[in-house]
Design a protein around this ligand. Structure first.
Ligand SMILES: [Zn+2]
Length: 206
């Protein structure tokens, strides 16, 4: 079981640089085939711009291009924090709340909220995961809560997030669930995973 609270968030993403690296690794990763020279490459961080460079031909990859962060002047860490708030808040986050938490203008907060909602809707699509011969990993995570050292399933004040990810493809569905009873979990799996899929769990789920 994993837990993620504000402190852990800032430990994992202490600055814009770690966020950019994370974005690169999630979208491309070391060993990613260079679109120009077609070789599996090591990618080096450029100092002059927010990009990574191919070890063979020097081609640049800008991890933010084609993402919701493109063309934004808001620091990446604030974006990540905004997404963290969205994924850990049961009833969503208003633009006003983002403005307050991030210290950005209302206009910026509104645009961020709209893009994040749109993106989360895309992840949270109607299309179920898996299929014959496919594997879907299921895991539940407790997020939020303030009590130090609160450990255990169903810890009070925490939000339970259920994640379902297709192995090898990265298609994912993330849901906030009310509890971790077998009924709830099996209901979510039945609703979001195609029949015939091999479902892997952390061992707790029924
Ligand atoms: Zn190259």
């Amino acid at each position: 079981m994993k837990q993620c609270n504000v402190r852990q968030f800032f430990k994992q993403f202490p600055d814009d640089e770690t966020c950019l690296e994370h974005l690169f690794n999630v979208r491309f990763g070391q060993g990613h085939e260079c679109p120009k020279c077609k070789r599996s490459a090591k990618w080096y961080r450029l100092q002059s711009e927010q990009a990574f460079s191919c070890q063979w031909c020097g081609h640049h990859i800008h991890p933010m291009v084609g993402s919701i962060f493109e063309k934004s002047r808001t620091p990446l860490q604030l974006w990540f924090y905004a997404i963290f708030l969205f994924t850990t808040t049961r009833h969503g986050v208003s633009a006003k709340e983002l403005q307050r938490q991030l210290g950005v203008t209302y206009k910026t907060a509104w645009r961020m909220a709209a893009l994040i909602r749109e993106h989360m809707a895309a992840i949270d699509g109607d299309e179920p995961l898996g299929g014959e011969g496919e594997i879907v990993e299921v895991d539940e995570t407790y997020v939020g809560g303030h009590k130090k050292g609160t450990v255990g399933r169903g810890a009070a004040g925490k939000t339970i997030v259920m994640g379902m990810v297709e192995r090898g493809k990265g298609k994912a569905i993330v849901k906030v669930i009310p509890n971790t009873t077998q009924k709830t979990l099996q209901g979510e799996i039945a609703a979001n995973v195609k029949q015939g899929t091999e479902v892997h769990t952390d061992g707790f789920l029924g």
